[in-house]
Structures are given as structure tokens and as C-alpha cells.
Design a protein around this ligand. Structure first.
Ligand code: TXA
Ligand code: MG
Length: 337
């Protein structure tokens, strides 16, 4: 199959929407990362999404809607708190796990009786949902296990020949995937995957915001994941990623002691004046780190890096999302000095 690169002109968005309606798969930009969009109600199309990514069948897809008011068409009940959160954060990078009804096939929800609902704010994704008139299931458009794509070129690299088209909508604004939450009780939510809607932001509307243990810790043998995506190694480039927590001075001496051919460090912008070894930088604050992280992980592979020492980001605010992606890319290998 030839994968067509479409622009974000109205004409081409209509083509993309037609493809979705006809059961094809299209790479679509969102404000978080690029998604691999298909009609969420079409079992055959969804099956081919799993195939194109090489994704385990028990890892559910998020369903994207044009407006949160449509959520009741695909769920059995919506708590008051979900409406309150939607009013504040939708459209935007928030996914709420809700009890699904029969209009969402089991294959889409990875066999679960819940569905993750998200209302994306990106003009292109929003328009394609409207034009197609379908709920769009869209996992990140990377090969399973590899860093998520933040540009049309990344999607092309992973998916060329496997999907009908990719819409080029420029580089993704946030750069990490949406915050995934479940509603625990009348006033309490659990973060299953951290993103740019932070714990601090959710706390303005919820009396309790629980950070699921799997966000920062490896699941123990036999432990059940609240979000199946947490079970799998993720976001990993080919290079071996090692997170190093500590001051800049201790980081420099650690890398110095472990330096060699194929070693490249990933450091903060503000570190570079005094860093004497090979490096790339990933921004100066958490938002920039989120925006750049996945792109840098791909660039490290392109540069032939084999071992990457990463300066650990902070875990406050959006930093928690960056830390969560990195700790998974590192297979939980963290050096504390
Ligand atoms: O920002 C995003 O969310 C992007 C863009 C394309 O919208 N999509 C995305 O999808 O990141 P994906 O499939 O790569 O990640 C979805 C995550 C997985 O970790 C999955 O396990 C979790 O959300 N998830 C989806 N539905 C769920 C459910 N019903 N219950 C628990 N976790 C769920
Ligand atoms: Mg993903």
C-alpha cells in the first residue's frame, strides 16, 4: 500500500475523513502526539490499527469525539465529576475512562468494559472527526514500544506502506500523550498516565487526585495494571536509556567515569556550558522537555547513540509526564547519585 501524505487544507481533510469512513487508517495530528485514526465502531479497521502498530490486543484504544456531549452515546453512565472536568479541560489533552456501551466494540477497548474518551483540541483532528461523523479510535501513531511521533515525518517513518495516509499538521504542541484518568468516587480521580493536564490542575476540581503506583514504579509479578499500557516497555529508542538523578556536578562525574564510544547524554539547555562530553539538550523547563522528548529519543537513534545518560527531570507539574515516559524508556533503570 502507498501511504499518501496529505496537507491540512480543507480539501485534503475531506479526503482523510472519507478514508476513515471507508474503514482505512489515517495518521492524524493532535495537540499531544500524532494518532493512528480509524473508525472506532468498525472492528475490521480497529484490528488493522493493532496490526500496523504491532500492539498487544489487550491494550485498549482511546476514542476521540468532537464534543464531550457525545460521550453519552458510547457510555452507560457519566458521573457528575466527569462533566465538571470536561467543562474545564475539554477540548484538550485529557482522557477519561468511563463504562462503555455496545457501540464500542470489545476489540477497541482491549476486552475491557470501559472506554477512554478524549475530545482533542487540534483543529485537524477535530475537523476530521466532524467530517467523518465517526468516533475515532487513535493510539499514538508509533510502532508499539517505540517513542510516540510528534511530526508527520515520524509517522511516515514508522507507518509507511502500512496505512492509507498521513495528514501533516506540523509539530505537536504538547509532545506527550494525554493525561488518562479514572473517576474513583464523587470527588476523587486516579491518574493512570500523567500528561499536560497535571495533578495540580485536576486538584482545583477534585478533593483527591491519586497518582497510580504504576506511573513511577514497575509492576510486580502478578500485579494487575489499572491501565494496560502500563504493563509494557514503552517509548524506547534502540539506544539504551539510563536516567541519572543528582546535581549537575555529580552527573558530569558519573558520565565521565562511564564515557566511551556510542555514549551521548541528554541534558537540560542550562547544563550545556559546563558539560564536557557528547550531548543533546531537551529544553529548560518541563513544558519544553515534554515538547522535545520524543523527538530527541528518535534523534539519538539517528545519531547512532548506543548508551544515553539522561538528566532526570523534576516530577512536579508536567515534569511527572516527562519522568514517567523516561523511566519506561529506561526500563526503570535509574541511577541515584
Ligand atoms: O494523547 C493521546 O492520548 C494520544 C493521541 C493520539 O490522542 N493517544 C494515545 O493513545 O496516547 P495510546 O493508545 O498510545 O495510549 C492510550 C493509553 C494506554 O496506556 C492505554 O492502556 C490507556 O490509555 N487506556 C485506554 N483505554 C483505557 C481504558 N479503558 N482503561 C484504562 N486505560 C486505558
Ligand atoms: Mg502509545
Amino acid at each position: 500500500m502507498d501511504t499518501v501524505l496529505l496537507s491540512d487544507s480543507n480539501n485534503e481533510l475531506e479526503k482523510a475523513a472519507d478514508l476513515i469512513r471507508n474503514g482505512e487508517i489515517v495518521g492524524i495530528p493532535t495537540e499531544t502526539v500524532y494518532g493512528l485514526g480509524a473508525d472506532a465502531s468498525n472492528e475490521d479497521a480497529v484490528r488493522r490499527v493493532f496490526e500496523a502498530k504491532g500492539r498487544p490486543a489487550d491494550n485498549p484504544l482511546i476514542v476521540h469525539l468532537a464534543d464531550f456531549s457525545q460521550a453519552k452515546e458510547y457510555t452507560t453512565s457519566i458521573p457528575e465529576l466527569a462533566y465538571k472536568l470536561a467543562e474545564r479541560f475539554c477540548p484538550g489533552p485529557l482522557t477519561m475512562v468511563l463504562p462503555k456501551n455496545d457501540r464500542i466494540p470489545m476489540i477497541t477497548s482491549g476486552g475491557l468494559d470501559t472506554v477512554g474518551i478524549r475530545v482533542p483540541s487540534h483543529r485537524v483532528m477535530h475537523r476530521i472527526i466532524e467530517l467523518s461523523g465517526r468516533p475515532i479510535a487513535a493510539p499514538s501513531a508509533n510502532t508499539s514500544g517505540y517513542p510516540s511521533p510528534t511530526s508527520a515525518e515520524h509517522v511516515m517513518r514508522d507507518m509507511n506502506g502500512k496505512i492509507a495516509a498521513v495528514v501533516d499538521g506540523g509539530s505537536s504542541e504538547f509532545g506527550v500523550e494525554s493525561t488518562v484518568i479514572s473517576i474513583e468516587s464523587r470527588n476523587s480521580v486516579r491518574i493512570l498516565r500523567p500528561g499536560c493536564i497535571t495533578k495540580e490542575m485536576l486538584s482545583e476540581l477534585c478533593s483527591e487526585v491519586i497518582i497510580d503506583r504504576a506511573i513511577l514504579h514497575e509492576l510486580e509479578a502478578g500485579q494487575k495494571a489499572a491501565s494496560p499500557g502500563m504493563k509494557y516497555k514503552h517509548y524506547s529508542p534502540k539506544a539504551d536509556i539510563i536516567m541519572v538523578e543528582g546535581s549537575l556536578e555529580s552527573f558530569i562525574s558519573y558520565v565521565g567515569a562511564h564515557n566511551g564510544e556510542g555514549v551521548c547524554s541528554l541534558i537540560f539547555d542550562t547544563d550545556k556550558e559546563c558539560f564536557p562530553y557528547r550531548y543533546m539538550t531537551y529544553g529548560k523547563d518541563s513544558s519544553e522537555q515534554a515538547h522535545l522528548l520524543f523527538q530527541r529519543l528518535r534523534e539519538l537513534d539517528d545519531a547512532g547513540a548506543e548508551k544515553v545518560y539522561v538528566r532526570a527531570p523534576e516530577t512536579e507539574g508536567v515534569g511527572l509526564a516527562v519522568y514517567n515516559r523516561l523511566i519506561r524508556a529506561a526500563g526503570f533503570e535509574v541511577i541515584r547519585i
